[in-house]
Design a protein around this ligand. Structure first.
Ligand SMILES: NC(=O)c1ccc[n+]([C@@H]2O[C@H](COP(=O)([O-])OP(=O)(O)OC[C@H]3O[C@@H](n4cnc5c(N)ncnc54)[C@H](O)[C@@H]3O)[C@@H](O)[C@H]2O)c1
Length: 352
């Protein structure tokens, strides 16, 4: 079988996981890279063995050998690049968030409908081992109807700076960057119900706090702390058409004792914590059971999840499978994220 020829667009921090995972996949030829910084593109091509370094998107899309792309660029370029890729008949794996706005997401969907290509959104948590294990319990009805979920992703110090902190390049702060992951994973495990009402709040109280010393954190490839136009905390209550609800809070910086990630789901037959460690709650013979699955990775296994995500994308491209994280899910999550920002700005509930 011919190998899938893949290019990675945007060779900053997260691209390492795409590039590394493609090189580990025996059915992929890592054909090329393209970054607005040609030096960075060249360095990553050399590091991971990509054979072509493109110097513009036009040059990349003109090369008819390319079959699929990973888009790992700033959020404000996602929609444009995704549409270019689709119009050039390429399969697309796009990093989260799908776009900056719901309108952009709908534009991508309109173009995708005309091109029968694989389009996968980078909801990497769907591919984590602990998620897959929990999903198998949920599919077997062990949780029953999930009517409540709660997700937190709180960084006490973790504004990545650079484009992440400029709203016109990112579309928002921790909500669009971190909230996208935890909202998606809850929504996916809850059975992807349609959103009905949203109440959200955002706060911009602490800035990026780059004066703090002796504590390291994730930084954009072009780290710069001089501009900060995004929220540092967001919270929301999201209610779905089936009556289920999801409570979420996320921060880039907060006077919290420690960083915290927690994802909890509660159903009619049982409950579960996906993070910080997979645990399942059940009831049998009038007794509550806390179940501790015996698996290697009880928490999010970053590198394995990325490898699974890439392998799944490649399988979809080569064998025409349906994606585990399809475009329509990216569009629905953009609707939710935007709804939270609208509710926060207008100071009232958004009803659909
Ligand atoms: N799945 C995850 O867990 C995860 C984690 C971090 C980042 N991300 C997402 O990945 C994307 C990139 O994030 P990052 O942390 O790697 O950022 P980064 O700043 O480290 O890297 C982005 C790269 O994109 C390049 N770039 C920007 N616009 C471009 C364009 N129009 N054409 C070509 N290159 C361009 C920049 O030069 C830079 O090298 C973002 O959408 C982010 O939300 C996902």
């Amino acid at each position: 079988m011919d190998k899938l020829k893949v290019c990675v667009i945007g060779t900053g921090s997260i691209s390492d996981f795409h590039l590394g995972s493609y090189t580990n996949n025996p059915y992929v030829e890592l054909y090329g890279v393209y970054d607005a910084s040609i030096e960075r593109g060249k360095a990553k091509a050399a590091q991971f063995g990509a054979t072509h370094v493109f110097s513009s998107k036009e040059e990349l899309f003109a090369d008819k050998n390319v079959e699929a792309v990973s888009i790992c660029t700033w959020n404000n370029t996602h929609a444009e690049l995704a549409i270019f890729a689709l119009e050039n008949d390429l399969h697309v794996l796009i990093e989260k968030p799908l776009s900056m706005t719901y309108a952009e997401a709908l534009n991508i969907q309109k173009v995708a409908e005309k091109h029968q290509k694989v389009f996968q959104v980078g909801y990497v948590r769907r591919f984590a081992t602990n998620t897959k294990v929990l999903k198998s319990f949920i599919d077997d009805n062990k949780l029953g109807d999930i009517y409540y979920a709660k997700a937190s992703c709180l960084r006490r110090l973790g504004n990545p700076g650079g484009w992440f902190a400029e709203i016109d390049k990112s579309g928002g702060g921790p909500l669009i960057d971190l909230g996208v992951h935890v909202i998606d994973i809850c929504w996916y495990l809850m059975g992807r119900p349609k959103v009905k009402r949203i109440t959200g709040h955002t706060y911009n109280q602490l800035g990026n706090r780059n004066h703090i010393e002796n504590l390291s954190f994730y930084k954009a490839a072009d780290y710069d702390a001089t501009k900060n136009t995004v929220e540092d905390l967001a919270n929301a209550l999201i209610t779905f058409e089936n009556g289920a609800s999801l409570m979420v809070d996320v921060s880039y910086t907060l006077h919290a004792l420690k960083d915290e990630i927690s994802i909890k789901l509660y159903g009619t037959n049982g409950g579960a914590e996906l993070e910080p460690e997979l645990k399942i709650v059940s009831e049998e013979h009038n007794t509550i059971l806390n179940i501790h699955p015996q698996i290697n990775d009880l928490t999010f296994d970053f590198a394995t999840a990325f490898q699974n995500e890439i392998n799944s994308f490649v399988d979809c491209c080569l064998h025409h499978y349906d994606s585990v994280a399809p475009l329509e899910d990216g569009v629905e999550i953009m609707k939710i994220l935007e709804g939270i920002y609208i509710s926060a700005t207008e100071g009232k509930e958004v009803v659909y």
